[in-house]
Design a binder for this molecule. Sequence first.
Ligand code: PLP
Length: 409
Amino acid sequence: MALLNEYFLEFPGDSLFSDVAKKINTFKVIRPNAELIDMSINDVTTPLPSSVVEAMHRAVDDMADSTRFHGYGPEQGYEFLRDSIIKNDFNSRGIHLMPNEVFINDGVKSEIGNIGDLLRSDNTIGVVDPIYPVYIESNVISGRAGMFYKGRWSNVCYLSCNESNGFAPMPPEYPIDIVYLCSPDNPTGAAYSKGQLKKWVDYAIKNNTLILFDASYEAYIQSPDIPHSIYEIRGAKKVAIELRSFSRTAGFTGLRCGYTIIPKELTVQTLDGRRVQMNTLWSRRQSIRFNGVSYVTQCAAAATYTELGKKQLLQTIEYYMENAHMMRRILSPLNLRIYGGEHIPYLWIKIPTEMSSWEFFESMLYGAKVICTPGVVFGPGGEGFVRLSAFAKREACEKAAGRLRDWLE
Ligand code: PLP
């Protein structure tokens, strides 16, 4: 008899993101002629840079030639890409890594869940709240989140991200086994300073905590004081896995490529107290369950490290950041409390009335015909806020900000 993984049944209902979609569909039925602007966009809107597209064309030609054809690749990723990553993203910041500490993945979302393969289901989980929901949901389906009660999972420690701590919570007094940190953070836009991140690393060393550090948005960091990698902090290689993605920097949301750093120094304990190297186990896991990212995609990713590629990525990043700055400028006369938009193109806005984030979302939908994301979709701590995404096109950002200004005035 085949028995189900019943943890899938633990979810209280559809995801809150699908509630957003339902409410938008209802609006479209009621107001079929209204022109909506989508500022809840969870994707990028600029196409792949030409350097990437040309590299893909060349890679496709390789695949059509019997002398240059590539079949199964190394599970860990091609060395040409891993070398470029180390040289450009880490050596340039004084961080030294070996090629076998870099694992090419098909995006951070799947990797966040996959890493759970190496971790027992009775670990406690710590997340900042609000947060990218995948950190929690991937633990729910592997039985690590406990029971859902009054909007929270019993085995998850929610570390409150709020205005008074600058949306960057510090380690708690008690130990947590696995902690997810995201910097710069989706949705709040907060980015940890070196001093703050050091506190987390020290905490992890003291408590045998594993940190999963999501640096998907690191390329958007605008200040030299903000670390791009957790390995800029001494001791982090002993306690942290870092995840990075080409999605937001090079428009790979549809192509799928990222990478995971698992330093050789990182060990995790067995129940009887033995320390085991995560890197070796992850190599084994990948060779059992993964056949690598396609050659064409990895050639595309490698093109982002060419001179032209770097220049084009910078232009894309500037484009989205300018969207965010422009929206802030348009909204600033309203005296709203606007966060984010500094190191990430998301604006995290305090709702200026007593409305809940769902009520404000609907009010904005019908009043301004602008779609935002209700903060509570990212966790109970998001109540009282909404997120606007500047990953939309320039004209849409400008028009939406103008409509919001007029509506709120
Ligand atoms: N991590 C964070 C914080 C995100 O916001 C997202 C996408 O929205 C992802 C990871 C997903 O990245 P990828 O496209 O590499 O799966």
